[in-house]
Ligand binder design. Structure first.
Ligand SMILES: Nc1nc2c(ncn2[C@@H]2O[C@H](COP(=O)(O)OP(=O)(O)OP(=O)(O)O)[C@@H](O)[C@H]2O)c(=O)[nH]1
Length: 337
């Protein structure tokens, strides 16, 4: 915005210099400055009041480029003696456009501008400050400018491709930042974030929710007996069983090595016990023999229902203490805090 206003002032000043030395009438800088002042005031108002936030282009960059092109074409009509200055202006404006517009929008802008420029140059062909002695020369002049401007289509295509690949990579990075590599479940950070959000919401609404920590029993022995790769496969299969067994509104995370966490919104202890017991049974009864003959896998679970004003560490501490009791009680069982 500020650079657009600065450009308009600079252009008006140069036009004033041309007027002073007698190349163009004084009317030209006055008209160009007046248009620039009105347009910049409108843009400043739309941006400053936040009105432009309703549109897909809140900075109004596209509109400013469009306004700049219209003013420049008008200036060509008013001062054809110094047409080269305005042609250079169009180069600058389109260079911004090539970085900013989508491929289609930029291509259309170039086509429209080429047509309008042709009309303006034709209208003032007898006064152009470039030697044009016949129609053929005029056509060549127009073609040179239009094709040069068209090179920005190429630049814009490259920038659009870069932008698209950057946005793909950003999406992939965002997914990596929230997911656990091995199981595809939420990672610890994302789970803790969801839990904190749930606590804040529960503090406002008073809705209860339940959290569980699920730990694979004697997992070290599974690793030692069947190897780490089989251990990894067990973790993946358990995460699949847990995902398949819980509701779509529940969140499951991998809390640590062989520990998982489950957040069950709008769930009281009695309902949680039913769901968690089902998960425990599913793991216990799952057929693990396709991984290794005679392999048996069980899980222990500690669970706690959120109470008003429970902060996150206290909530997880209680679930962990319940898990500890489940382990101490012989494993493959559920304990409630
Ligand atoms: N294969 C595999 N093993 C892991 C992974 N993360 C942690 N572990 C292993 O999990 C084992 C956990 O062992 P412990 O903490 O002693 O627990 P446990 O053997 O399950 O015993 P209890 O929890 O008391 O039943 C350790 O040997 C870790 O090396 C992983 O991503 N893949």
């Amino acid at each position: 915005m500020a650079s657009g206003a600065g450009d308009a002032l600079l252009n008006s000043f140069i036009l004033l210099c041309f007027a002073v030395i007698g190349t163009i009438p004084y009317l030209v800088p006055v008209v160009v400055l007046a248009i620039a002042v009105v347009m910049n005031a409108v843009f400043a108002l739309l941006i400053g009041t936040g009105f432009s936030k309703r549109w897909s282009d809140p900075s109004l960059t596209g509109m400013q480029i469009f306004a700049g092109c219209v003013t420049t074409l008008l200036a060509i009509l008013l001062a054809p003696q110094i047409v080269y200055m305005f042609l250079l202006n169009l180069f600058v404006l389109l260079s911004f456009g090539s970085l900013y517009f989508s491929r289609q929008a930029f291509f259309l802008t170039w086509l429209l501008l080429s047509a309008c420029l042709g009309i303006c140059l034709w209208a003032v062909r007898d006064h152009l400050g470039i030697q044009v002695t016949n129609t053929a020369e005029w056509v060549l002049l127009w073609l040179v400018v239009v094709l040069s401007l068209g090179r920005f289509v190429n630049i814009n295509t490259k920038v659009s491709r870069l932008r698209a690949s950057l946005s793909e990579k950003n999406k992939a990075l965002a997914a990596q930042a929230t997911r656990d590599d091995l199981t595809g479940l939420w990672n610890r950070r994302k789970f803790m974030q969801s839990l904190q959000d749930e606590i804040e919401q529960a503090n406002r609404t008073g809705h209860r929710f339940t959290v569980a920590i699920i730990d694979v029993d004697h997992f070290k022995k599974i690793n030692d007996t069947f190897g780490h790769l089989t251990g990894d496969a067990v973790l993946k299969e358990i995460s699949q069983i847990l995902s398949d067994t819980c509701r779509s509104v529940d969140s499951i995370g991998r809390y640590g090595g062989e520990e998982f966490t489950l957040l069950m919104p709008d769930t009281k202890t009695a309902q949680a016990i039913v769901a968690l017991e089902r998960m425990r049974r599913m793991v216990e009864q799952h057929n693990w023999s396709h991984m290794a003959a005679g392999m048996r896998v069980t899980i222990s679970i500690g669970t706690v229902e959120w109470q008003p004003a429970y902060p996150l560490p206290l909530l997880l501490g209680k679930a962990d203490a319940a898990l500890y009791r489940a382990k101490a009680g012989g494993r493959n069982q559920l304990r409630v805090a």
